[in-house]
Ligand binder design. Structure first.
Ligand code: ATP
Length: 242
């Protein structure tokens, strides 16, 4: 974690009508850093990443500061944030049922080269995700859950993100595929891409992240390195004591 933050947020709060789903959340994301966002169901994890990407739905009111490379994006529309390099991959989304894998890649508008953007080629994508190479002529709707997750991730990477926000990429996937997917993501982080990983599967997340934040009813209650794995609050959030 050297140098200035790529993305940061200060005192971000999200309200749904009268109820506050996220309270004064602050976080910095640096190059080459993977941060895990942990918490029980309803803790506010999705609310948080959606607020960063600008995808706050319904009656959500977002306050606080969000910046990318030192510039405020708090009032910028989601598609503009995406173009600036904030890529959000949400569970089961971002894939078109009637478009083939290789046509998904052709739909992506690849920004001009710039050294603050992460860059992969289509060839590298097929190396990272060999299954997608085998399925390149299949339609999105014909893919398995895991393959769809890989395709959504591949599309996000081809868009040359500056930060990658992953909302529960492991959901519905077999344990072996989860490990494989998270290790692939870790390799991207090691090439410089900052990743914020929302995960229900704390055990899997703790194997690959550098840092974790734990949310409880919309508040950050714990932040630290992997050593926090032993903290009773992390255990409580996942071992049924919620
Ligand atoms: P999960 O792991 O179950 O996905 P989460 O940690 O991602 O949970 P959120 O989806 O962010 O939690 O929800 C946080 C709180 O905000 C919950 O109490 C939820 O019911 C509430 N909430 C989420 N979206 C809305 C909405 N559009 N309108 C009203 N309340 C909402």
């Amino acid at each position: 974690t050297t140098g200035a933050a790529v993305m940061s947020c200060r005192d971000v709060s999200v309200r749904y009508g009268a109820s506050v789903a996220l309270h004064d959340m602050s976080l910095d994301m640096h190059r080459g850093e993977m941060i895990g966002v942990l918490g029980a169901n309803g803790a506010g994890k999705s609310t948080f990443v959606n607020a960063l990407a600008g995808w706050s739905r319904g009656a959500a009111a977002v306050s606080g500061e969000i910046s990318l490379l030192g510039r405020s994006i708090a009032r910028v529309k989601p598609h503009v944030r995406f173009r600036s390099g904030v890529a959000l991959v949400s569970e089961g989304k971002n894939v078109f049922g009637r478009v083939s894998v290789s046509d998904h890649f052709r739909l992506i508008r690849i920004p001009a080269p710039e050294d603050t953007r992460f860059r992969v080629t289509a060839d590298e994508i097929f190396e990272l995700f060999p299954r997608l190479a085998e399925r390149r002529s299949h339609l999105g709707g014909q893919l398995s859950g895991g393959e769809r997750q890989m395709l959504a991730l591949a599309c996000a990477l081809l868009s040359c993100p500056r930060v990658l926000l992953l909302d529960e990429p492991s959901i519905g996937l077999a344990p072996m595929i989860v490990t494989e997917l998270l290790q692939t993501v870790r390799r991207l982080v090691d090439r410089g891409l900052p990743v914020l990983l929302v995960e229900q599967n704390a055990e899997a997340a703790l194997k690959v992240v550098d840092r974790v934040v734990l949310l409880e009813t919309g508040r950050k209650v714990l932040e630290g390195g992997r050593e926090v794995a032993g903290d009773s609050r992390i255990q409580d959030a996942y071992l049924g004591k919620r």
